[in-house]
Design a protein around this ligand. Structure first.
Ligand SMILES: NC(=O)c1ccc[n+]([C@@H]2O[C@H](COP(=O)([O-])OP(=O)(O)OC[C@H]3O[C@@H](n4cnc5c(N)ncnc54)[C@H](OP(=O)(O)O)[C@@H]3O)[C@@H](O)[C@H]2O)c1
Length: 278
């Protein structure tokens, strides 16, 4: 059995490999891919330096893989070509099962960030490769708790509920799918305990003992705020659009799928905040 993990040098990839190891998969059966592979040298798994731009290198890295954890790329705007390369390489290599990390409700949402994920889901469907879709909702780590304490929490998500979970829960769910059978063809909507941003601010306030409030802004003003703190305009726009979509329920999913894959309750929001406060 060989399990190949793309994005292994990133936060989610590392946690997924740690979870595979914790579930008893021998390090010799795991291959971690990335560009900065020195970042995962400590994990003891085989590593291969691969760029998503290089189909031949991807094909070589996937050859012999029984299962591929295809963690979506982080270069928003370039992912259609990059993911096309990955699917093409997986097909050439004859990968047995592809497990892809997508976005919530990718087939029905109008959240712009989900567009590249929907294209990827369709590429996988068209490829004929056996595959599983893990539609991960928001990472709790998207919210900077220390910054919220210093400056308050700002957004454009209104009263939209956000089914956030720490990356470790999504990573463990992915590992569960990789080490068990019967998932091919399934689409899982994965999310944790849901909260509004006002509730998130209140929880940070409760645990830190400092007053933290949530300020809800119109989408355009939130874009300006993000640009003002240094984000490039296109990034600010995509993040504000995600909040706009969240205000309409785009990030609210039941926690059933995640808890079923985990075989345990999701990590509560209060636990994630406690961890972030150190
Ligand atoms: N659901 C959410 O809330 C949420 C939030 C943020 C991101 N995401 C998605 O989830 C994915 C995993 O999250 P994360 O926190 O682990 O992200 P991350 O820490 O930024 O890791 C991204 C990974 O993608 C690899 N990568 C990016 N572009 C590449 C390329 N051109 N060629 C080869 N490797 C490339 C990086 O490799 P190197 O570092 O070695 O170059 C790294 O391993 C992200 O990539 C993104 O698609 C979801």
């Amino acid at each position: 059995m060989t399990i190949v993990v793309t994005g292994a040098t990133g936060h989610l990839g590392r946690l997924a490999i740690e979870s595979l190891l914790a579930k008893g998969v021998p390090a010799s059966e795991i291959v971690g891919l990335g560009r900065q592979i020195d970042k995962i040298a400590d994990l003891g798994v085989t590593t291969k330096q691969v760029s998503y731009d290089d189909v031949d290198a991807l094909t070589a890295a996937f050859t012999g893989a029984d299962k591929l954890l295809f963690i979506s790329g982080s270069e928003v705007g370039q992912r259609i070509q990059q993911h096309t390369n990955i699917v093409e390489a997986a097909k050439k290599a004859g990968v047995g099962l592809v497990v892809y990390t997508s976005a919530p409700k990718a087939d029905t949402t109008d959240m712009k960030l989900a567009g590249e994920h929907l294209v990827t889901e369709r590429l996988l469907a068209d490829s004929g490769l056996p595959h599983v879709i893990l539609r991960n909702s928001w990472y709790i780590e998207n919210y900077n708790v220390q910054q919220a304490i210093e400056h308050g929490l700002f957004g454009a998500a209104g009263d939209g509920r956000i089914a956030g979970a720490p990356r470790v829960d999504y990573a463990e769910a992915a590992a569960s799918v990789l080490v068990s059978d019967g998932h091919a063809g399934k689409v899982y909507e994965l999310g944790g305990e849901s909260f509004t941003l006002a509730e998130l601010a209140a929880e940070i306030s409760r645990q830190s003992g400092k007053p933290v409030t949530y300020t809800d802004l119109p989408e355009g003003e939130y874009v300006d705020l993000l640009v003002g703190v240094g984000l490039p305009q296109p990034v600010a726009e995509i993040l504000a659009d995600s909040d706009r979509a969240a205000s309409q329920g785009a990030l609210e999913v039941p926690l059933t799928d995640l808890e079923t894959l985990l075989g345990r309750p999701v990590t509560p929001l209060s636990t994630s905040i406690r961890a972030a406060l150190g």
